[in-house]
Write a protein that binds this ligand. Structure first.
Ligand SMILES: NC(=O)c1ccc[n+]([C@@H]2O[C@H](COP(=O)([O-])OP(=O)(O)OC[C@H]3O[C@@H](n4cnc5c(N)ncnc54)[C@H](OP(=O)(O)O)[C@@H]3O)[C@@H](O)[C@H]2O)c1
Length: 334
């Protein structure tokens, strides 16, 4: 980490978006995991500046995220908007901080590691001060794919996601409650929308493109065919997905279940049943189940996968990245 945080003094940690859904959970996870925070700097837009957030039993004043706000910070978590990450993440890096960004702005940039610590920890070593956390749905997906890839290689992946309203932030939750009816393209309450973000050429949405690209980058398989449909469902927290995986070598369901169950951070539902969003909400594991052979193809498996999008899908993964960097004490710049 940076020169400052390699001292025995606990790091100064800034959280941009501390008043948002992910920022709030991030504060809880820093507490739960006893991350060494010497000083906490909660930041937001001018709208919430002056509010207070609770951390380790004390109220902390929220300030506006301005370029000057990063001086002296060792770690800066960005959980605000993509635009803000584009303008301010480089400023924070230039000020000597390590930035862990939750937005989609930097994820595919060549010089930015895109990391799920259980899956591609080696990518951390190459960072230049800025690291990206994948999309909440991507994280659950790669956690389920990596053990299968290690066991039998991956040939093709087809996914349908079922994404919770909170994946779109506080306004998403309000829309689910019926308070912001125009936030999603159609009403979400009592409905299912086969659209997450806007449509692009070819009929896919930007979310579908992003998830496929991120999956290939994290797995280090730039040619892997990954294709998907992303669906918004009237669920508060917990992204689910049905996944059809074609492996390179044959892989029996029992062997797949063994590989999945042995992978850190993955839990196979008892009896190869299934977990639901309500059951994973508030937990950090990616729950996998219904692992079964596709009768139409000798090397294809179906599975069901669920993750708490705000915890492992966002905040927990970001804190794990910071923990790994502290452990490795890698230099802030190559
Ligand atoms: N929700 C998820 O499941 C999830 C998962 C993975 C990644 N992410 C990403 O994480 C980020 C935060 O998402 P969220 O769901 O927590 O959103 P959210 O609930 O809408 O919260 C947004 C936060 O960003 C702050 N913010 C907005 N515009 C700002 C600006 N111009 N300057 C400074 N702060 C600003 C807000 O501050 P105010 O209170 O002042 O408005 C608030 O604290 C996004 O980049 C999102 O793509 C979300």
């Amino acid at each position: 980490v940076s020169a400052r945080s390699s001292s025995p003094v606990a790091p100064a940690v800034a959280v941009v978006g501390a008043t948002g859904l992910v920022g709030e959970i991030l504060l809880r996870i820093l507490e739960e995991r006893a991350f060494p925070v010497g000083e906490l700097r909660p930041l937001s837009s001018a709208r919430s500046a002056g509010a207070r957030v609770r951390f380790r039993g004390r109220d902390h004043l929220v300030r506006e995220a301005t370029p000057a706000a990063f001086a002296g910070s060792d770690f800066v978590f960005f959980a605000a908007t993509g635009e803000l990450s584009r303008s301010l993440a480089p400023v924070a890096v230039a000020a000597g901080a390590i930035v862990i960004d939750k937005s989609n702005t930097w994820r595919l940039a060549g010089h930015v590691p895109l990391v799920v610590p259980e899956v591609n920890p080696a990518a951390l070593a190459a960072h230049q001060g800025l690291l990206a956390c994948p999309n909440c749905t991507t994280i659950g997906l790669v956690m389920a794919l990596e053990p299968l890839r290690r066991a039998a290689g991956l040939a093709h992946v087809a996914v349908t996601t079922l994404q919770a309203a909170s994946g779109a932030g506080r306004e998403g939750l309000e829309a689910l409650a019926g308070a912001a009816d125009r936030f999603f393209p159609r009403p979400l309450l009592g409905n299912v929308l086969p659209q997450c973000e806007g449509f692009q050429e070819g009929g896919f949405t930007s979310e579908e493109r992003k998830l496929s690209d991120e999956t290939r980058k994290i797995l280090g398989l730039p040619e892997l065919p990954v294709t998907m449909t992303c669906v918004r469902v009237p669920v508060a927290v917990g992204h689910a997905a049905t996944v059809l995986v074609e492996t390179i070598e044959p892989l029996a369901p029992a062997a797949a279940i063994e590989a999945l169950g042995a992978f850190p951070g993955v839990r196979v539902a008892p009896g190869n049943g299934y977990a639901t969003p309500l059951e994973v909400a508030g937990r950090d594991e990616v729950a996998v189940g219904r692992v079964r052979a596709d009768p139409t193809h000798p090397r294809r498996l179906w599975l069901w996968c669920v993750v708490d999008n705000l915890r492992k899908g966002a905040a927990t993964n970001a804190v794990q990245i910071a923990e790994e960097l502290l452990l490795r004490r890698t230099p802030a710049r190559a």
